[in-house]
Design a protein around this ligand. Structure first.
Ligand SMILES: Nc1ncnc2c1ncn2[C@@H]1O[C@H](COP(=O)(O)OP(=O)(O)OP(=O)(O)O)[C@@H](O)[C@H]1O
Ligand SMILES: [Mg+2]
Length: 235
């Protein structure tokens, strides 16, 4: 079943020009879908548009059977979509625990179980829960950002470059965590520079260039595609 559908969306930051052109993408329940493509292709813009930070100028975005394009980000979050931005994705002057509490800001129920789940997924965050997020390593900050997003118990998680700037050993541990999150039933769209590794853990992938879909297929097929390899996966 399709959980999220981006249908012929065009969007941009200024009225007179678009960054995304007629872009379509589907995320099925339980999937990890990778979005890859060169710098400036519009990958981050796509995630911002899904999360309501940019409003599509044409086309629509549906979560299950409901149109969410045009809604404010906090409404989209309330409906079960969480977003981890590429940059500035933690509150550096707040502690880990406070960052997680901020993630639950729009919840009115008791979220202590969810916080325990996040701490179980990322034990290092529990050990350091009173430490300020700004003092953490890049990998740990990324865990805080993901943990914050999970505090909403999302059905769909949007991850923008979770491995950016991390040493290779931390890249694989972040990717392992993403697989674990997916195994709990969260459907995931991940944007990655580390395209090959991202595709390896994804079910399907989309190649974006200049704001348009160039190709989409099962990850295995994209990994085996010579042109994709040469242009987007570093040979
Ligand atoms: N806030 C903004 N205002 C105006 N233009 C922007 C803004 N953010 C991005 N852009 C432009 O939109 C285009 C797509 O940028 P975007 O950040 O979506 O690309 P990306 O595929 O995520 O690239 P990267 O791999 O470098 O993260 C670029 O031309 C960029 O300059
Ligand atoms: Mg980006």
């Amino acid at each position: 079943m399709t959980i999220l559908k981006v249908d012929s969306v065009s969007a941009g930051y200024v009225p007179e020009s678009n960054i995304l052109h007629d872009l379509s993408l589907e995320l099925n329940e339980g999937e990890i879908v990778s979005v890859i493509g060169p710098n400036g292709a519009g990958k981050s813009t796509l995630l911002k548009t899904i999360f309501g930070l940019l409003k599509p100028k044409s086309g629509k975005i549906q979560l299950k059977n409901e149109v969410i394009s045009g809604l404010k980000p906090f409404r989209i979050a309330q409906k079960g979509v969480s977003y981890v931005p590429q940059v500035n994705n933690v509150f550096p002057s707040l502690t880990i625990q406070e960052n997680l509490e901020m993630g639950a800001f729009i919840r009115s129920d008791d979220y202590s179980d969810t916080m325990e789940e996040v701490y179980t997924l990322f034990p290092v965050l529990k050990e350091r829960k009173n430490q300020k997020a700004g003092q953490l390593s890049g990998g740990q900050r990324q865990m805080v950002a993901m943990g914050r997003a999970l505090m909403l118990k999302p059905e769909v998680l949007l991850l923008d470059e979770p491995s950016a700037g991390l040493a290779p050993i931390f890249v694989s541990s972040i990717f392992d965590k993403i697989k674990e999150i997916n195994a709990t039933g969260v459907s995931i769209i991940i944007v990655e520079q580390n395209a090959k590794e991202a595709l390896k853990m994804s079910h399907r992938g989309y190649v974006l260039a200049m704001g348009q879909n160039v190709l989409d297929d099962k990850s295995d097929a994209l990994l085996a595609n010579e042109e994709v390899g040469r242009l987007y996966l570093g040979g």
